[in-house]
Design a protein around this ligand. Structure first.
Ligand code: ISL
Ligand code: CA
Length: 564
């Protein structure tokens, strides 16, 4: 049997604070801006807000580089603003989870400022410092230093940075300004548990844990093999003490509060997942597995979407993760392009139905659904034209490493990033038809608003009963009204069908059928004989009171039926 829990029944909405709502006209989204939109979120019906980092940061990676874990980023407001927001969230019966970024800090965090000063500084072992390797001699006959090993950084180049103060290298899996913390040092772990308690004692309801599988490293730092270099994320994840540290964290922190935790499980396979989220493991409640969201990606290139592969992934999830190891469902976040542009069809004809179809799927599959800000409006990718249109450090570094060195032609690079850049989902929220989409009164927001805000915006959609926003609201209501969508068994009715995704969710006698046409053309779909439809519950087109065994589905049509 299953254990009913609030975080299993919740619908989560991710806010990227920099891009949500600017309250003071400086062009940057902020916490009072979020507070001013809580009614909007409550009306949508979401239960939990996941807030991307709101901490003091020099913003090398938009807040994923934290300088002070106990301070609010000045651009976002004050601690009083945070408290007001949290109170507003609770008043509306919603909850808040915050981003826990503790694989690394900013190089401006005082731990690192101390650590880099000298080899015997008390904070030296908070990070990984290693001697370089002597390399071949240069033209002057002097030996050149090489990094301690061949680990690459996710943001291009070596994961080791030479620091002249002590003539050693420090480890940074991400930007040079994001040194990795040494979790083998018990003092580091105590610091992390203590800052977690600081926020939990304020009343936050849990954490989304950034790249949490990377926290445990092999201190010998052997070179990666050529095979490992192809997928270094996997090589970095799942280190020797990862489970020990998560269990210790759980015992010391989570076990003492009623909280939810979701780990960003970079490098963790589905087969390894039950070890992190199994009820009896006492580690995390759920994780983000990237198989689905990256099913049509190869590096910075978008591959053609393959429905058969996506269905196989969800079925595989249902097989591996039972009710004792909970799952998440998501196809977008701040690291990925817009859902409708990537998995749907953002053309004028199909943007609305395909965005609704994707929402139908996310909110009726097994696992806690995570919606990303703006997806409830069907916001689309941005028409990037040149490197100057981008902000993201990942793009800027990759441009230097690949375009400026002649490895990738400029046009190819920009054309690929137009489809896959993280900045696609970081353009500001489109609130209304006024200048800059009502996001800011500044002349220029920190990242340009998508010019389609005049057509696509919250103001218009809240007022339109047939909008993506109001359809998403109905879906959330439906999920909340019927536990079959939360706890029900999942079955794919036709895994080999290349355009239709048809599945049932069943809890006892409460049984539903979801039929999704993942193509732009009409498709006739005949139900298996044993599936008997009772009545239509919801559809994204006004197709259909029709109840027969063969459905004639229009392009991107989605229907939910009650079964007999
Ligand atoms: O988005 C990616 C590549 O386009 C991933 O490699 C991403 O960097 C990875 O999923 C880790 O993401 C998290 O940690 C990063 C931060 O930049 C991301 O925003 C965050 O979600 C470092 O903190
Ligand atoms: Ca602001």
């Amino acid at each position: 049997g299953y254990q009913p829990t609030w975080w299993k029944e919740a619908v989560v909405y991710q806010i990227y604070p920099r891009s949500f709502k600017d309250s003071n006209g400086d062009g940057i989204g902020d916490i009072p801006g979020i507070t001013s939109k809580l009614d909007y979120l409550q009306k949508l019906g979401v239960n939990v807000i996941w807030l991307s980092p709101h901490y003091d940061s020099p913003n090398a990676d938009n807040g994923y580089d934290i300088r002070d874990y106990r301070k609010v980023m000045a651009e976002f407001g004050t601690m009083a603003d945070f408290d007001t927001m949290l109170a507003g969230i609770k008043q509306r019966h919603m909850r808040l989870i915050i981003d826990l970024v503790v694989n690394h800090t900013s190089d401006e965090h005082h731990w690192f400022v101390e650590s880099r000063k000298s080899k015997d500084n008390p904070y030296r072992d908070y990070y990984f410092w290693r001697d370089g390797k002597p390399g071949p001699a240069g033209p002057d006959g002097k030996t050149r230093m090489l990094p301690p090993n061949n680990d690459p950084s996710f943001f291009s180049g070596s994961a080791w940075q030479f620091d002249s103060a002590t003539e050693q290298y420090y480890l940074h899996y991400f930007a040079v300004k994001q040194p990795d913390l040494n979790w083998d040092n018990p003092k580091v772990r105590e610091e992390v548990y203590s800052l977690m308690r600081f926020w939990l004692d304020k009343g936050v309801d849990g954490f989304r844990m950034d790249v949490i599988p990377l926290i445990s490293k092999n201190p010998a730092f052997p070179d990666l093999t050529p095979d490992q270099l192809h997928n270094y994320g996997n090589a970095y994840a799942n280190g020797p003490h990862m489970h020990d540290y998560l269990q210790e964290m759980n015992r010391n922190v989570m076990a003492k509060y009623d909280v939810m935790t979701v780990g960003e499980a970079l490098g963790i396979s589905l087969e390894q997942t039950p070890l992190m989220v199994g009820e009896n493991r006492h580690e995390l409640n759920m994780i983000f597995n990237f198989d689905a969201i990256r099913s049509n990606r190869e590096g910075i290139k978008l591959k053609p979407f393959d429905l058969l592969m996506l269905k196989a992934i969800y079925t595989h999830h249902a097989e591996v993760l039972d009710t004792h190891s909970w799952d998440t469902v998501f196809l977008s976040n701040h690291d990925n392009p817009r859902i409708v542009s990537t998995f749907g069809d953002d053309s004028a004809e199909f943007r609305v139905p395909s965005a609704k179809l994707l929402a139908t799927m996310l909110l009726t599959l097994r696992g806690t659904p995570f919606l990303y800000q703006g997806d409830e409006l069907g916001m689309t990718n941005y028409p990037f034209r040149s490197i100057n249109d981008f902000d993201d450090i990942e793009v800027k570094n990759a441009y230097k490493a690949n375009v400026l060195t002649g490895k990738i032609p400029e046009e190819t690079f920009i054309a690929d990033l137009r489809h896959t850049s993280r900045d696609n989902s970081r353009t500001p929220m489109q609130w209304d038809e006024s200048a800059n989409g009502g996001f800011t009164t500044a002349a220029k927001p920190w990242l340009a608003e998508n010019p389609n805000y005049t057509q696509i915006n919250a103001n218009a959609e809240v007022a339109d009963p047939n909008s993506i926003y109001n359809y998403t609201r109905k879906l959330i209501d439906l999920r909340h009204a019927h536990q079959a969508f939360v706890y029900g068994e999942y079955k794919d009715l036709d895994p080999e069908n290349k355009s239709i995704f048809a599945y049932t969710r069943a809890l006892g006698s409460d049984r539903y059928l979801v039929v999704l046409n993942f193509s732009s053309g009409p498709v006739a779909y005949t139900l298996p004989a044993k599936v008997k439809v009772d009545s239509l519950v919801l559809s994204n087109l006004d197709s259909a009171g029709l109840v027969t065994d063969t459905f004639n589905l229009a392009g991107w049509e989605a229907r939910i039926y009650k079964l007999k």
